[in-house]
Structures are given as C-alpha cells and as structure tokens.
Design a protein around this ligand. Structure first.
Ligand code: GLY
Length: 412
C-alpha cells in the first residue's frame, strides 16, 4: 500500500466510525438516560432481594412483583445490559446480586414463565461470568419447564386451569403466544447437557403454536385452550387482547421474537417464514402508527371485534400505546434481519431502527424523569383488566436495552 493509500484508508475508517457514532447518538442518549434512573432504583431496593421492580401504580408508587412471578428476571437482565454497554462494574455487582436472588426459581413449576425469569437473568450472567453453577441452575430450570409439557397436546401448559376473560368458559390447558419466549432456555439445556429431549419439546411446541395460534394472515390468537386428554383445540381466545379475534400487539411481538429464536436454533425454514409473516403483519398493519409504536391491540374498538369485558371507548382520548411491544418487536426484528439476504434483511433492520429512534425520542424516553426509576414511558400491561395502562414496565426497558445493544453490534 502506498503512503497515500494508507492515509486514505485511515481517513475512511475515521469517517465511517464518526458517521456511526452520529447515527448511534440515540444509543448513547438512552444509556445515559438510564444510568441515574437505575441508580435510583438500586438505591430504592438496596438490600431487598425479595421485591422485583415491575412498574408504577397510578399514584406513582413502585409496583413490585414477587420471586415466583413472571418479571423477576428483567431487572437483573437490564443491569447486565447496563454493564455490557458501560463496562462499569457497579452494574455488574448489582446484576450479580439480583441474578443470584432468583436461584430458588429453578424449581418453579407453577407456570411457564421460568424461561423469562431465568434466561434473562442467568442466561445473561453466563456471558460475563464463568460460574459452573449457572449452567446447572439453567438446566434445572429447563427440567422444571419441561414438567409442564404434555406429549398429547404437544405444548407446554402456560397457566394452570383457570376461567377465561368474562368467565365464559374454563381453560383446562391454556397455551399463550408469550410461551414462545421460554423455548430459548430449552435449546440451551440440550446444548449443555447433550439431552435432546428439551430441544424436541421446544420444536414440537413451536410447531403447535404455528399451527394453532396463527391465523391465515399471520396475526395471532393470544390463548389456545386444549383438551389435555386428546390434545384437541377447544378454544381460541384472549386474556390481554381486545377480543378473541383481535391481535394483541405484545402477543404478535412475542411471536416475531420467538419464531426468530426457534429458526436460529433449528434452521428450519418454516419457523423463519412464521417470523417473517408475523413481522409483515405487524409492520404493514394500517393501524400501526407512523412512529411504529403500536396501540396496545391492533383492533381496539373496531367493527367486528367484540370484547368479553366492558370497554368504554370514551375513557381514553387516544388509544394507549404499548412501548413494550415495540421494544420486543425491534429486538426480534434486528435478529431476523441478520438471517436474511441483504435486501430483505434491510427492510426489517430499517423498521427496527425506526422503532428504536421513536422509543429514544423524548415522547417515550423518560428524559425529564417524570418517574424516578424507569426508562420507557407508555407501555400497557393488561388493558382489559384495567391494570398497567400507559405506564413504564420493566420488560419494556429490558428489551429496549437489548435491542439497542443488538443494533450496535450489527451496525458496525
Ligand atoms: N407474558 C405476559 C405479558 O406479556 O403480559
């Protein structure tokens, strides 16, 4: 290389890294915004490894969930992402302490959410700390999850028997779209143990979800209830969506992310197709707002969609958004974009980046500290039960930070 060529190469390198730095301003802005908020949250919960930050009550008080409930893994997970970005060991120490607090959950068989709880905490810890206990804890967690699998149904039971929304019928064996997110733990368990049964359960579960939760347009049912004796589908309904035939935004986002993971682990093109088509439904929907942060359900108040609960269209001047659905979808879409040929991948990459830019704008990002603890505003947890409407949610923060880190890795 001549001297002039070398100088040109250095110049191009500097220019592209400075362009990337400019392009990624929103990443830096978000992590900078998160730091003082999470300092507050750490101070607030100091020495307390029993109450897991979840959201805010309408009066602004912190809402915690307990160790056996589904969101315990997201706070340690968010702390791991803070550490990954900043390399500041204060986040690592906190992430470790909160991760370890979940250890007893490895034996939790009371619902399907153990994948969220343990893989978002211990699964992230594994990437930074070599501790031979971690794989054992995760393997036991996968064993606990697998106990909820029935070969007759071909699925993992999400919740124990319960009534449907509006007490219309009983769900004896309910399986929800969200359950796709627990499968990553099973794939991991097979890899470290050499026992393929976990992986086989995950694949069968994903096949059944593809067959029974997806409609022909690749929108999704939230809940499918099976007859546990025969495996027959008895009901297709919703708990958190607007109506049984509507598309709950977060459910659709779980599906995009979940099928992408299953394709990563199997390379089976059927799962890639499911992820792509669910993503297309989400992104091409006429009700998706311009900023790509969805309303909490794609069909709120529309003709032909009848809720099994009392809906008062006048209660909110605008249909509330669900920033958590955008955060989950953007993280899933970024991974999906890496699995496709350049042109097709670009479409999902660009969509994810617009979502991330929206979420890091002052509309969604808690720059003005309207609350002292959480990063993202405007998520919706459970509208039909009148719970967690237009609030921060810890899992919105978690998937948002994950997505920003994914963006950074694949954009360089
Ligand atoms: N997995 C529960 C939810 O998405 O609200």
């Amino acid at each position: 290389m001549t001297k002039i060529n070398k100088l040109m190469a250095v110049f191009i390198l500097l220019l592209s890294s400075s362009l990337f730095a400019q392009k990624s301003d929103f990443v830096a802005k978000t992590f900078k915004t998160a730091a003082p908020l999470y300092d507050n949250l750490l101070a607030k919960t100091k020495g307390n490894f029993i109450d897991y930050p979840h959201s805010l009550y309408p009066d602004g008080n912190l809402k915690y969930l307990q160790i056996d409930e589904w969101t315990g893994g997201f706070w340690p997970g968010a702390l791991w992402y803070m550490y990954e970005y900043t390399k500041d060991t204060k986040w690592k120490d906190a992430a470790l302490a909160w991760t370890h607090s979940l250890e007893s959950n490895q034996f939790n068989t009371s619902h399907h959410d153990i994948g969220f709880m343990m893989y978002c905490s211990y699964g992230n810890a594994l990437r930074f700390v070599k501790d031979e206990k971690y794989p054992q804890i995760l393997l036991q967690s996968a064993k606990s999850l697998a106990k909820r699998y029935s070969p007759v149904v071909g699925s993992i039971q999400s919740w124990n028997e319960r009534k449907s929304k509006g007490d219309i019928n009983t769900w004896e064996y309910p399986v929800i779209m969200d359950n796709m997110m627990n499968l990553e733990l099973l794939f991991y368990a097979s890899k470290i143990s050499g026992d393929t049964s976990y992986r086989n359960i995950a694949i069968k579960h994903a096949e059944q979800t593809m067959k029974n939760h997806l409609r022909t347009d690749h929108s999704s049912y939230h809940v499918v209830n099976y007859d546990p004796k025969t495996g027959k589908v008895l009901h297709r309904q919703t708990l958190q969506g607007f109506s049984d035939n509507s598309t709950w935004a977060r459910g659709q986002a779980w599906g995009i992310y979940g099928f992408t993971v299953v394709y990563r682990e199997t390379k089976d093109p059927r799962f890639l197709e499911a992820a792509i088509k669910m993503a297309d439904f989400f992104l091409q929907h006429p009700n998706l707002p311009k900023d790509k942060v969805p309303y909490w359900d794609f069909n709120v108040g529309q003709q032909g969609y009848k809720p099994d609960w009392h809906f008062d269209p006048k209660k909110y001047a605008e249909v509330p958004r669900d920033a958590s659905a955008a955060a989950i979808a953007s993280s899933g879409l970024l991974e999906l974009s890496t699995m496709l040929k350049a042109e097709q991948g670009k479409k999902y990459y660009n969509a994810a980046v617009s979502m991330l830019k929206s979420l890091s704008s002052d509309k969604y990002l808690n720059v003005e500290r309207q609350n002292p603890y959480f990063l993202l505003k405007h998520s919706t947890g459970n509208f039909p039960s009148d719970r967690e409407i237009d609030v921060p949610l810890i899992y919105a923060d978690y998937y948002f930070l994950e997505a920003l880190l994914r963006y950074q890795k694949i954009s360089k």
